[in-house]
Write a protein that binds this ligand. Structure first.
Ligand code: NAP
Length: 268
């Protein structure tokens, strides 16, 4: 199937590593012009060179000013407005894994809301008006399985992702008949470099394969394997995001796509 992405202009935030890097690479393989984003210029430029991207845009997305600068840098590198905005940058900015909700300080909640909800809201505010004017746009927000099934710990992160899911539905509903769709994609546990490094260090096997690390972590009950019988890999997300980015996906909006191997048990 031709996804009709050839020549389309895309910004993928947080594409200097992990899921975002896989999304940027797959969009580029489909012929899109892609801007790679991250906080670290060297890492972003390395990914951009590897995939033949149109350029990079650099900045921490936790402030209005930085988002405006990233938006401007992306538009300039693309030579036109952003048609596909993948709001992927994020992750727990505080790394709270031991605190209960009432032990988490206000500044941690604020930091995670800035990184995981407001970053996407700010960039949407900047990019969507041009999409409306052009009668075409795709906004894809990368959330998390914990947005709908939070753990007792790390609520500053899961709460921010829940706000992002909510924003998706409101924005999609407000864009009636203008050719702009807005969707959420919710990963389960995805084996990105950080998790692979963690597992290799934990077991003292520097060259352990993804499968070996996964099996050991599952055997130690660090997590339960989902029905798919394995953890996700970044390409699992990239396939779904490229499909949603396609002009052929114009009837899908306001949806939340779980890419979690069946981890979340829900009928919708
Ligand atoms: N991996 C999983 O299991 C999993 C599960 C559920 C949801 N997710 C979500 O998937 C998305 C991608 O995560 P990943 O696992 O691929 O993580 P990753 O490999 O650590 O990549 C995170 C990316 O986001 C960027 N980033 C993080 N905070 C930022 C900030 N405040 N401002 C600007 N850029 C920022 C990083 O930029 P730098 O270059 O500066 O580091 C990096 O490019 C995140 O939104 C995460 O919450 C991941």
């Amino acid at each position: 199937m031709d996804l009709q992405l050839n020549g389309r202009r895309a910004l993928v935030t947080g594409s200097s590593s992990g899921i975002g890097a896989a999304v940027a690479r797959m969009l580029a393989e489909e012929g899109a012009r892609v801007v790679v984003h991250g906080r670290d210029r060297a890492r972003a430029e390395k990914v951009a060179a590897d995939i033949g991207a149109a350029g990079v845009a650099i900045g921490d997305l936790r402030t209005d000013d930085a988002c405006a600068a990233v938006h401007a840098e992306a538009v300039s590198a693309l030579g036109g407005n952003i048609e596909i905005l993948v709001n992927n940058a994020g992750g727990s900015s505080t790394g709270n894994t031991t605190k209960t909700p009432i032990e988490i300080a206000s500044e941690d909640w604020i930091s995670n809301f800035n990184a995981n909800a407001l970053a996407a809201i700010r960039l949407s505010r900047l990019a969507v008006p041009d999409m409306i004017a052009a009668k075409f746009g795709r906004v894809i927000n990368v959330s998390s399985a914990v947005a709908v099934q939070p753990n007792n710990l790390g609520a500053d992160y899961s709460g921010a992702k829940a706000a992002l899911n909510n924003f998706t539905v409101s924005l999609a509903g407000s864009l009636k008949g203008v050719g702009v769709t807005v969707n959420t994609v919710s990963p389960g546990i995805i084996m990105v470099d950080g998790l692979l490094r963690f597992g290799r260090q934990k077991y003292g096997i520097p060259d352990a394969s993804i499968e070996e690390v996964t099996n050991r972590l599952a055997a130690d009950k660090v997590f339960d394997l989902p029905p798919a019988g394995r953890l996700g890999i970044p390409d699992d997300l990239a396939v779904v995001i490229c499909t949603l980015a396609s002009p052929r996906s114009g009837f899908v909006t306001g949806a939340n796509y779980r890419v979690d191997g069946g981890q979340i048990r829900s009928v919708n």
